[in-house]
Design a protein around this ligand. Structure first.
Ligand code: FDA
Length: 386
């Protein structure tokens, strides 16, 4: 039986990168995954082009019970570091928007890059392995018939179970006495009911909005779906949303103050739907106008009524009745509590040799390459310590 220095559980973004980095630093690493192939989420990420990092990465773009936890790892492995690796492999890339870096051609290139890095590190990768029970005795972690003094939990969170995602990381963490912050679907479409559900008839219609939930606000596109709300602005606020919270939408974030009064002066014979239709899709303009109950020409509206309509359009309140859940969530918020981990090494404070990295940990990035950057950075922090 081989003598391993470390066993990494989960050959996703974090596990592949950690195994490769540790291996290249001289550790003998065994990487295990229960799926039949590594990096399945990477392959479908970014619409198949993998938004592999974000150049605007900063700790305030991550949610966690301890907002300071991610700082150390993020400062020691930056977007430029991963980009340098991407360039070494000759992967063509482009910046799409808001600092998001994507492959020009295929996410497969990122998986191939990571696998090649594992080969360079002499990592042994085994897929289709049923991990089963993990035992800890004589200072070693025993799993799947192998053992090592170090074990890295990189099995992600339960979002998109059909790709092999599980809550295994949490079971393992609890087995070793680590706390778990209640996991919940994040970067997920929200569902609407009651009067709000009337908007689902606009399925397919999108608008450039500012979406708000609590103190979080995102200026991006929102999309109506047959079940409720989606699109980048909504996915972003969904990570902050809790049951019972309202989501506010500013449908016209670029309009100056009193724009509707000005419209009345300039185009008195126009109706509200027509004016809104100059910026929003016709169907959305029509629906909003109906809901506001503003009928007829602008000249016939009082300034007070127009100001009230304007205020509602700037902060339209939806009360989602839920989300589309882990089946549709891009990530899982919550996870292994950072209170039980070292922010320097990702090692469990009270279980020497046990590490947790990537999405399994209670650190969740915004949409736009931040979650992969966390996977690389946390993997790097653990690899340096192994
Ligand atoms: P990840 O889930 O990648 O890997 C975990 C691995 O553990 C899997 O291979 C799984 O099979 C394995 N595993 C689970 N249970 C196990 C067990 N019991 N035993 C053994 N192995 C087990 N992020 C981003 O930054 N940019 C993007 O473009 C996208 N796009 C995107 C699209 C879609 C559709 C989704 C679902 C997600 C994204 N993300 C993203 C999020 C990103 O994919 C995610 O944050 C990272 O993959 C997390 O990496 P991890 O390695 O932590 O988990």
């Amino acid at each position: 039986m081989a003598e391993w220095d470390a066993i990494v559980l989960g050959a996703g973004a974090a596990g592949l990168f950690c195994a490769a980095q540790a291996g290249q630093r001289g550790a003998r690493v065994l990487l295990l995954d229960h799926a039949d192939a590594p990096g399945k989420k990477i392959l479908i990420s970014g619409g198949g082009r993998c938004n592999f990092t974000n150049v605007n990465t900063a700790p305030d773009r991550f949610l966690s019970a301890n907002p300071h936890f991610a700082k150390s790892a993020l400062s020691r492995y930056k977007p430029q570091d991963f980009l340098a690796l991407v360039e070494i492999y000759g992967v063509a890339w482009h910046e799409k928007t808001l600092g998001q870096l994507f492959c020009d051609s295929s996410a497969r290139q990122i998986v191939d890059l990571l696998l090649e890095e594992c080969v360079k590190g002499g990592v042994e990768l085994r897929c289709g392995v049923m991990t089963g029970e993990v035992e800890h005795r004589d200072g070693r972690f025993h799993v799947a018939g192998e053992s090592a003094p170090r074990l890295v939990i990189a099995t992600g969170g339960p979002s998109i179970p059909k790709l092999g995602a599980t809550g295994f990381a949490y079971d393992l963490a609890r087995q070793f006495g680590l706390k778990v912050v209640q996991p919940r679907p994040a970067l997920v479409p929200l569902t609407l009911a009651g009067e709000d559900a009337l908007f689902t008839e606009l399925s397919g219609v999108s608008a450039d909005v500012t979406a708000k939930c609590g103190k979080a606000r995102f200026r991006e596109a929102a999309l109506f779906t047959h079940r409720g709300l989606s699109g980048p602005a909504i996915l972003q606020v969904s990570s902050y949303w809790q049951r019972g919270d309202e989501v506010g939408i500013d449908f016209l974030p670029d309009q100056p103050a009193d724009w509707l009064i000005e419209a009345k002066q300039q185009r008195p014979r126009s109706g509200l739907a027509k004016v809104l239709g100059e910026t929003l899709s016709e169907r959305l303009a029509q629906r909003l106008t109906e809901r506001l109950g503003v009928t007829g020409e602008l000249i016939n509206q009082t300034d007070k009524a127009l100001r009230a309509a304007q205020a509602r359009l700037a902060d339209w309140r939806f009360l989602p009745n839920g989300s589309e859940g882990f089946a549709k969530a891009e990530v899982t918020a919550g996870g292994i509590s950072t209170a039980d981990l070292s922010s320097q090494t990702m090692e469990a404070r009270r279980v020497p040799g046990l590490y947790a990295i990537g999405e399994a940990v209670d650190v969740t990035g915004w949409l736009g390459g931040y979650n992969f950057q966390w996977a690389w950075a946390s993997a790097n922090a653990a690899a340096l310590a192994i």
